[in-house]
Write a protein that binds this ligand. Structure first.
Ligand SMILES: CC(C)(COP(=O)(O)OP(=O)(O)OC[C@H]1O[C@@H](n2cnc3c(N)ncnc32)[C@H](O)[C@@H]1OP(=O)(O)O)[C@@H](O)C(=O)NCCC(=O)NCCS
Length: 165
């Protein structure tokens, strides 16, 4: 039986093994990892797809912000990684997970990710409004994608910083 579960209910080692299988063990070098170092995924937006007892898919979402060149910080959600076990890819799990996170965030929520526009375009992500954004490491601008009510100004993506009280 297949089921969607909160990702927090899955052992961290299982999640890491799935990510290694989907992306390879050198995935930690990716720029997206730099942005989310030290952050915790947003529990309400992060999901697991479990078949029987096996974790076959997961999606994580992270609290980030666009640090505008004008000095303003604009909160956004970084989506990903979305990962599906190699032997289960192409069966709709990725689409299901992405749809759940978008629905939980709200249709207008400001979401961003680094990924293939050829895949993420079907969920409404595009590079149309993220041309002025930068990431703290190597990335392809065409793969820096956004969806929802995102800011269009120039700036650098970074971890979301809580405002001092
Ligand atoms: C990318 C990934 C999350 C998609 O999840 P999935 O469950 O395999 O995909 P789904 O079954 O939901 O969707 C399948 C569709 O997506 C397409 N697709 C999958 N990966 C794609 C990609 N990188 N670019 C373009 N299309 C892609 C398939 O061709 C298929 O198209 P169709 O619906 O027209 O037949 C999954 O394949 C994965 O974990 N891959 C390994 C990591 C990776 O390569 N990520 C690259 C994207 S950043």
């Amino acid at each position: 039986m297949s089921a969607l579960r909160p990702l927090a209910t899955i052992a961290a080692a299982e999640v890491e093994a799935l990510l290694d299988a989907a992306f390879g063990i050198d995935r930690h070098q990716r720029t997206a990892y730099r942005v989310r170092t030290g952050l915790q995924p947003i529990g309400a937006l992060s999901f697991a797809w479990v078949e029987g007892e096996r974790l076959t898919g997961c999606i994580q979402c992270w609290p980030v912000q666009l640090n505008g060149d004008d000095g303003q910080a604009m909160p956004m959600v970084m989506v990903g990684p979305v990962a599906v076990a190699p032997d289960r890819q192409g069966t709709g799990i990725g689409q299901r997970l992405m749809a759940e996170s978008i629905a939980a965030a709200g249709d207008d929520a400001p979401l961003m990710l680094i990924g293939d526009p050829e895949y993420y375009g079907r969920f409404g992500f595009s590079a149309a409004r993220s041309g002025g954004w930068r990431m703290p490491g190597p990335y392809e601008q065409r793969r820096l994608l956004a969806r929802g009510a995102v800011p269009e100004c120039n700036g650098m993506i970074g971890p979301r910083v809580a405002l001092a009280a």
